[in-house]
Ligand binder design. Sequence first.
Ligand code: PLP
Length: 427
Amino acid sequence: MKDHNFNPESLMMTYGYKPELSEGAIKCPIFQTSTFVFKTAEEGKAFFELAYGLREKSEKEELGLIYSRINNPNLEILENRLCLWDKADDCAVFESGMSAISTVLLEFLKPGDLLVYSNPVYGGTDHFIHHFLDKIGVDTIGVMPNQTIEEVEEMIEASGKSDKLAMIYLETPANPTNDIVDIEKFSQIAVKYSSEERKTLVAVDNTYMGPLWQHPLQCGADLVLYSATKYIGGHSDLIAGAVLGNAELMIRVKTLRTFLGNMVSPHTAWLLLRSLETLKVRMDQQTQNAQLVADYLEKHPKIEKVHYLGLLEEGTESYEIYKKQCSAPGAMVSFDIVGGEKEAFMFLNNLKLMKLAVSLGGTESLSEHPKTMTHAGVDEAQRQQMNITDQLVRLSIGVESAKDLIWDLEQALEKVDIANALEVETV
Ligand SMILES: *Cc1c(COP(=O)(O)O)cnc(C)c1O
């Protein structure tokens, strides 16, 4: 028989774990320990030499276990498994998505640098960029969803800081509007502004799509980031984050993580190992449901527009990017209800099966109002430009029966009185 490459979903139960090192246990135990015993003093010395980069690793040598802020089997196995989905060299897991994002921005940006980022970005990321990076003197340029690549280049040139462009940070598809940007084209801009001494990095927050259907590293990005709280965790019972990339960049990310001490705990890593076993089946079901929900909403008279990748029109630029970059439309759906905040709230308050809560990617369906909830902190003028309006409602679709979800949407929409909204429109 020819050699066979297993698909990631087939490896999520076993990869990177050796039962013989844990009394034959089929499942990886929780290594709930702060420190690890060295066999000899010489071994302890050798491990520290590697951990602190005091000498090169010899062939086949691996960094031994030292202390759970530096390394721990639950974290290492989880990192090895996450690498399979994105075909990355290495991964670092964090105690939250925000700690993954802020560690990357802190490691690769310094005062005087320029950061270009796509809008909209996650509310927490938006806050870190505008409040923290601004404070330490990092200049930033935000790109709006309707701006072209040529306009982006013009803005970089006009800033007079093109030689300081250290990073392009993208969130695609974007939370909460599902706007998408072309990772390959932004990667070409990064190459153009890179010099011998400094490579302009491209980092992509891939949380909204999840690790199955979009692989930013394969599109030219240098780093991919996740809130593992969302699809990777998938059960709304933990907070965690991850960063993946090539070995050279990941050494830097892991070193800063060691000194900030913001790694995930062994217990949370163990929960994530359990989550990964069902990532593919969950996401298949969630995406299938999301398409059915989007198709239903699109035809509903009380809904003006549905924002879903599975409804993009052929021939549009977004459709072309989607086809190039993603292999499925994901499970996040948002829509503009006819009316405004009042009608949106009427809808949300009448759902019976879907819960009203922020966060996303879990097995249960969730609904929320981005303008007054997740994106309440975003500048109002910018929010309008990004189409985060009173009318916008966001849904995270879970694994329930699609029939039940559609029943719930139908009965909640029935209770929404749009008479007032229509009157206002005709005045
Ligand atoms: C939730 C989220 C984050 C932040 O992750 P936490 O785990 O809550 O810290 C970052 N980016 C996106 C797109 C998210 O949805």
